[in-house]
Design a binder for this molecule. Structure first.
Ligand code: UD1
Length: 421
């Protein structure tokens, strides 16, 4: 186990070190970029490894802060996490000692909530911090919690924590979501692998990372499959075994490098890129006039059109997979500042993902924010260097106890440590 650490009923944000990126622009980017493993797949697999006491081994795991936070959270539970080589992680959850996921983890990373399903299903109880309360953003987890209740769990919310119990096993049933949720689908799927009986999840998210998780679970012996594009069915087992898995490449990282090549009028080759998972995004870029060649797992980006003329304006709308990913909306907006005419942007998934466009205006863009979900970008506008503050980090710098670190209304200081954890 990692060094003994006290529980944090109260989260005190670490002092924020001002991280500055200085970019000297105006340079067409050229070169080869190998694409890393997918963050959104790797984090769920690390959580899924707690479904068994046997060792699981993952390769192609990206070396990023979120993975560090997830592995540290696992170690604090008593899980053994080894990191024998770069991008390789081994997880052994034989002795999980603390069924408690603190606010400290939730505040750093929403994906910590992915531990709800597996810990509850395997151990019958967990206390887990709410990563979606208004103290740290506006992204709720109500769908996850309701779905676990449908599977037979009892869940109470007190002092910023969900106290979840399921004496005996969870019970397989039909889980109907009112909207498509990626982590909601995944959390239920993990819980259902050890539940008693048959679970049907509908509508199930269709993101490639969900299918990668299904593949890993099948290697663990789980009976889980996608029976229709929007339906996942699980037949619960009493035990799962350890398994090895290579994480799929990150389509969001690949898409970001595609834009970096295109928006600088450069020429970039991405290797190990998941072309098949990027169809909607690559179609948008082709519509703007970016030169793209995809062969097997290589994408070549030719941004020469920017030097000769301009890209074309296009209207974009984010949607669950197989639609245009919301995570690629921001870089796509940057590209659209270099397109001739008006591009209309509809961010259909999240309500706070266009706010950052005001920073782009400070760099010379002409963008009208119509409402929380819509913006119009008028191009082509040259962009100039300026000082920009980015989203959450900016708020934390302005007020270190604000936004992410604000003390909750139901201040949990002094709350007794719960029995049994
Ligand atoms: C995941 C991805 C994130 C991506 C998002 C949408 C990870 C770690 N993160 O996030 O990068 O941007 O999918 O593709 O995989 N909602 C609720 N209640 C809930 C859960 C979600 O109302 O309990 C809403 C959200 O506010 C949002 C919509 O459902 O409007 C979809 O969110 P969801 O698919 O759940 O996003 P995440 O799984 O959190």
């Amino acid at each position: 186990m990692a060094d003994a650490k006290p529980f944090y009923w109260e989260y005190t944000p670490e002092p924020v070190t001002r991280e500055v990126f200085r970019i000297d622009g105006g340079v067409p980017l050229r070169g080869d970029v190998p694409i890393s493993g997918s963050k959104n797949a790797a984090l769920k697999m690390l959580a899924a490894a707690t479904l068994t006491g046997e060792r699981c081994r993952f390769t192609n795991v990206p070396e990023i802060e979120d993975v560090r936070v997830m592995t540290e959270t696992l170690r604090d539970l008593g899980v053994v996490v080894d990191h024998p080589a770069p991008n390789v992680y081994e997880v052994a959850s034989g002795d999980v000692e603390w069924l408690f996921v603190p606010l400290e983890a939730a505040a750093k990373m929403r994906a910590s909530f992915m531990l709800l399903g597996p810990l509850l299903s395997r151990f019958g109880r967990v206390i887990i911090s709410n990563p979606g309360g208004d103290r740290i953003g506006r992204r709720p987890v109500d769908l996850h919690v309701e779905a676990m209740r449908t599977l037979g769990a009892t869940i109470e919310y007190r002092n910023g924590y969900y106290f979840a119990t399921a004496p005996g096993r969870l019970r397989g049933t039909e889980v109907r979501f009112p909207l498509v949720s990626v982590m909601g689908t995944e959390n239920v799927m993990l819980a259902a692998t050890l539940a008693d009986g048959h679970t049907v999840i509908r509508p199930a998210a269709q993101e490639p990372e969900v299918d990668d998780l299904i593949e890993f679970l099948q290697k663990m012996g789980a009976e889980v499959e996608r029976t229709y594009p929007d339906t996942i069915e699980v037949r619960g087992n009493r035990r799962l075994r350890g398994a090895d898995h290579r994480v799929i490449p990150d389509r969001i990282e690949a898409g970001t490098f595609v834009i970096a090549g295109a928006v600088t009028g450069g020429s970039v080759r991405l290797t190990g890129a998941p072309c098949d998972h990027m169809t909607a995004f690559l179609d948008v870029l082709r519509d703007t006039g970016v030169g793209l060649t995809c062969t097997d797992d290589t994408i070549e980006v030719d941004g020469s059109r920017l030097r000769d003329s301009s890209y074309r304006a296009v209207d974009i709308e984010t949607a669950p997979y197989p639609g245009l990913p919301t995570d690629l909306q921001p870089p796509t907006c940057v590209l659209l500042t270099q397109a001739d005419g008006a591009s209309h942007v509809h961010e259909a998934i999240f309500e706070d993902r266009l706010e950052w466009l005001t920073e782009l205006n400070r760099m010379g863009a002409r963008i009208d924010l119509v409402d929380n979900h819509r913006a119009t970008i008028r191009g082509r506008t040259p962009l100039r260097g300026t000082e920009a503050e980015i989203g959450d980090l900016g708020r934390r710098l302005a007020d270190p106890r604000g936004a992410r670190g604000r003390r909750p209304v139901d201040d949990p200081r002094g709350a007794p440590r719960p029995a049994g954890v």
